[in-house]
Design a protein around this ligand. Structure first.
Ligand code: HEM
Length: 260
């Protein structure tokens, strides 16, 4: 399969477009070339993937039991300022990743001779669209997810759930939320799109970093696909296990009319 990297990695326009001029009217040399901007998308992507893998490993502690999950969450909170540093780095990466993706996309559009791509560009157009749609859905999911579990905006009672050791009962919160099939279904769908985004994104970032050769291309493609599947199955296993009653909490109170 000829993997259409270049639309997402975005071929460099010969002359800087209006969008490019606007976005790189600053003194940082990395930002002044499309290659530099692609690098930023790739590097911020790597940081975000590392976060996702770390978060997955932490969340899998739910299968060990309430004590493991609650002490993991308590440990994260106990890191205090370090946690805030990590949060700020992540937020910066998200903003830069999205900003430069949009900038490169606009540059690419205005560099095209025709408004609509035809024939040869069809595959790359579909590919780029898939990346944008899956990326935006993952962003919407993360905002919903933060509102649900970090800010506990939908169920303020979550804040009052404390386990026997006096720690926030994150285990009970997650199990209660996933007992609702609508919530679990949305999570499974969102992590499916995340997997799709990562499978293309991982292969694409190796291309951007100049590490792809004809020989290595299938290795990166398959490697990206494998990592994406592991991430998808890892995250999806949590709501699935709760829905199947394999992970449960005696203290959970039904939070939606469909909860079992
Ligand atoms: C089954 C899937 C998931 C579960 C059970 C889960 C669980 C949680 C929980 C319990 C928290 C709050 C921790 C606390 O404040 O004590 C949290 C925070 C967070 N989650 Fe997830 N998560 C899942 C998937 C994801 C995915 C796929 C992403 C990103 C694409 C993500 C991104 C985040 C972020 C950014 C935070 C905020 C971290 C912070 O407070 O600094 N989560 N998650």
């Amino acid at each position: 399969m000829d993997f259409p990297y270049n639309t997402y990695s975005m071929t460099s326009p010969a002359t800087p477009s209006k969008a490019a001029k606007k976005s790189c009217g600053c003194c940082i040399p990395l930002l002044s070339s499309p290659i530099g901007r692609k690098w930023i998308v790739a590097i911020t992507g790597i940081v975000l993937i590392l976060f996702v893998i770390g978060h997955l490993l932490g969340n899998l502690s739910i299968f060990v039991g309430p004590d493991a999950m609650n002490s993991y969450a308590a440990f994260l909170k106990s890191t205090g300022e370090l946690l805030w540093v990590v949060r700020i780095v992540l937020l910066t990466c998200v903003v830069l990743h999205i900003w430069f993706t949009i900038t490169l996309w606009r540059e690419n559009l205005s560099a095209r001779p025709q408004k609509y791509a035809v024939k040869n560009d069809l595959g790359t157009t579909v590919y780029a669209r898939l990346m944008r749609i899956s990326g935006l859905t993952v962003l919407a999911f993360v905002l919903y997810h933060l509102a649900q579990f970090t800010w506990q905006a939908f169920n303020p009672e979550y804040k009052t759930w404390i386990d026997a050791q006096g720690r926030h009962d994150v285990y009970r919160m997650v199990v209660t939320a996933f007992e609702c099939p609508l919530v679990s279904g949305f999570y499974i769908l969102a992590v499916g799109l995340l997997g799709m985004h990562l499978s293309h994104g991982i292969a694409s970032l190796f291309q951007t970093l100049g590490l792809t050769t004809e020989k290595l291309r299938p290795v990166f493609e398959r490697g990206g696909l494998l990592i994406a599947w592991i991430i998808f199955l890892g995250f999806a296993s949590i709501p699935t296990a709760v829905l199947l009653g394999l992970v449960k909490c005696s203290a959970s109170v039904p939070s939606c009319p469909f909860s079992h």
